[in-house]
Design a protein around this ligand. Sequence first.
Ligand code: NAD
Length: 272
Amino acid sequence: MIQGSTELVAIVGSPIAQVKSPENFNRWFASHQQNVAMLAIDLAPSALQNFVQTLRGWQNLRGCVVTVPYKQLLANRLDSVSERSAALRSVNVIRREADGRLVGDIVDGEGFLNAARKHGFNPQGKQALVIGTGGVGSAIAYSLCEGGVSHLVISDLNHERVEVLSELLCSVFPEIVISANPTSLAHFDLVVNASPVGMNATADDGQMPLPLPLMETLSATALVADVVTSPAVTPFLACAQRLGCGIQTGPEMALAQLGNLGHFMGVTPLEI
Ligand code: NAD
């Protein structure tokens, strides 16, 4: 029950009906007797600048999760952002400080790594491949570098995106080998699909971000992960499973990220 004394957090995007954060957060707030609630806001692009001003003055609001299409648009309208948000020019969470200042971060990559750690994956010294260098793929690639991978390979149908991300990562993490477009997967400890390929796929339509002959070079010791949330087991993950690899699903990443988002807004612990 939302009361006058209830503190609020929000999630903003457009469209918004598909997001799962409100039910996940509100279930957690209720089961932990927290007088906090999350609202979903479907914001028209024309209202964005006024929305930022409203956030600054909204005194019972602790923070706001940000989703498509506002991750990039909000990054340069806040009072300060983390180093990785500044580098990636993107935010997916905002904290409202008591004085109204708005502080942003992007924790997609941290959420991904939290889930991977639960599978026993520690990025330090490892070799990883990230397919898809959009908003989520860039954030995962950045967090893998922060976590100390020794070699990161990125690939995308959009070659310009690969070039831009390679340049950024090489400048921030000069000690890490960054390359593109692998010809074999044999040496990877982690392979991640961070592209939308496989979204809404059925078991037999077989949409894959990598060709089968390349998939067959995977080592069975590799962890293979997907960011796509529906279906949970994409054709890519099903193929990796058949090859004997451990798998990590998109819903696992989304769930693991809740703690990062809630902790940044000051309404949950990091591990929930
Ligand atoms: P985006 O549009 O910013 O980036 C997608 C990238 O994938 C683009 O650069 C595109 O060129 C590339 N791509 C498309 N097809 C490809 C292919 N066959 N091979 C290589 N690259 C290809 O999208 P985004 O915001 O990064 O989202 C990506 C996916 O992540 C979406 O499916 C989204 O639903 C999902 N997502 C999951 C979570 C989670 O917690 N699991 C969180 C946010 C987003």
